[in-house]
Design a protein around this ligand. Sequence first.
Ligand code: RTP
Ligand code: MG
Length: 143
Amino acid sequence: MAIERTLSIIKPDAVAKNVIGEIYARFEKAGLRIIAAKMLHLSREQAEGFYAVHQQRPFFKDLVDFMISGPVMVQVLEGENAIQVNRDLMGATDPRKAALGTIRADFANTVDENAVHGSDGLETAKTEVDYFFSTQEICNRTR
Ligand code: RTP
Ligand code: MG
């Protein structure tokens, strides 16, 4: 299986709940390595740009308002099949539908405030990693 990179965001609700470490532990236990990380309080422009694909969706304004409501933790995860491994750890978008033991089942309250983001494919992973990190900010020598 291929070594992939994926972009993960711990959203403002989970940062406020003080569970960054618990979520990082799940990444690590699943074999994902954190090869870049930063805490940011996104500007409206940054959040709108990141979620541009959802611009026409009815939830766009609420999503952006939520994503700028407090700091987020942004990281690049690397490992075998990292994109799908991270999606499996996260669980379904709506925490009520998320499988037991997933991050969203354990830490999210609602579909709007759902604790984490993870890239959903190879193309989006590359675009999203580049959106937040320069080449120099990604550590290639952690293995
Ligand atoms: P994400 O992009 O944050 O990892 O989540 P996702 O792939 O599971 O969900 P996506 O369809 O990409 O939607 C992005 C985020 O928008 C919010 N959302 N709200 N009210 C709603 O029906 C609704 N649908 C989506 C969620 O915060 C979702 O994570
Ligand atoms: Mg998505």
